[in-house]
Ligand binder design. Structure first.
Ligand SMILES: [Zn+2]
Length: 314
């Protein structure tokens, strides 16, 4: 859903900025003196883009680099509409014009690449709405820029759909088993292979190293201190929710999505951490304050031996 949410956010911001952009346009054109007949004859009248480039040379070149288009070949209408859309995009991303593409793609790369085709589809539907809301050509919208970059990203990943759905080799299934030791059904292993190939391509990390890669990433945000342990169950709940959300789009069962696999790895890390906190005597009952604590049978939470309270689980 995130691309949809992003698209909506852009549209709302876009509408409010559109009004101020129009106002700025009027202010901008008002003070220009009307040329005298002689100057019209001696020097050809500058185009809108030429005037814009004279006033904002750096930004003008950033704009041309961003879209890789020669703006002097565009009509005045297209130039104005494209500049207004770029300004709206930069404001909504809170970055400069030269950073728009990298900032947008960094946002996109937070989500599994398996969602790229759906992101392209939903942004394509948004294209017409944005064009009519601002009364501009579809080719001059923010959505048009987003679609071009999403398609570019999809192609860079080397048509992941084809690779991801390729038949599984025995070697690959062995890697999947090693990464998911509790999974035994071959159909689940095949679905997990699809998600792991996807993650491997997204994070540019060999499949067999994905678990270590992921755990290291978690540890960048979690310092291993007992008082911060609650971040792990919170992260787990969030990802379990995403697993259900992306399941039908990814065409695999929730447990077998990238998020489902990461939940399993996080679950293992939580068991290790609970054992560590028990061994170092840091665990205190949240009800009675007792330090006489054990792990539950499945090691998925702590149990107080004094009052039987369960805590530190999901
Ligand atoms: Zn207790």
């Amino acid at each position: 859903m995130i691309w949809f949410v992003l698209a909506i956010i852009f549209l709302v911001i876009a509408i409010s900025l559109h009004k101020s952009a129009n106002k700025m346009d009027r202010q901008y054109s008002a003070p220009s003196p009307s040329p005298s007949p002689s100057s019209v004859l001696s020097t050809p009248r500058k185009t809108y883009w030429e005037i814009y480039r004279d006033i904002n040379p750096t930004k003008a070149s950033d704009i041309e680099n961003l879209l890789k288009i020669d703006f002097s070949r565009l009509s005045e209408k297209d130039v104005k509409e494209k500049i207004a859309s770029i300004d709206r995009f930069a404001k909504s991303l809170k970055c400069g014009v030269s950073q728009i593409k990298t900032t947008y793609l960094a946002e996109i790369e937070k989500y599994p690449a398996e969602l790229l085709p759906q992101m392209i589809n939903s942004t394509s539907r948004e294209l017409a709405n944005e064009a009519s809301a601002f009364n501009i050509s579809q080719t001059n919208t923010i959505s048009a820029m987003m679609i071009a970059w999403l398609k570019e990203r999809h192609e860079q990943l080397g048509q992941p759909d084809a690779n991801i759905n390729a038949p599984s080799t025995n070697d690959e299934i062995e890697i999947v088993k090693a990464l998911n030791p509790r999974v035994t059904e071959i159909s689940d292993l095949r679905e997990r292979l699809k998600s792991l190939r996807e993650m491997s391509s997204l994070y540019k990390c060999p499949m067999e190293q994905l678990r270590v890669f992921y755990i290291n990433d978690v540890k960048k945000n979690y310092d291993g201190k007992y008082e911060n342990f609650h971040y792990l169950p919170e992260a787990y709940k969030y990802m379990a929710h995403k697993a259900y959300e992306t399941s039908s789009l990814a065409g695999v069962a929730p447990d077998n999505t990238s998020y489902g696999i990461m939940c399993d790895w996080l679950s293992d890390l939580m068991v290790e951490e609970r054992e560590k906190f028990l061994a170092t005597g840091q665990v205190k009952c949240i009800m009675c304050g007792s330090r006489n604590i054990k792990l539950s049978f499945f090691k998925d939470c702590f149990v107080c031996n004094s009052c039987n309270q369960k805590f530190g689980g999901l």
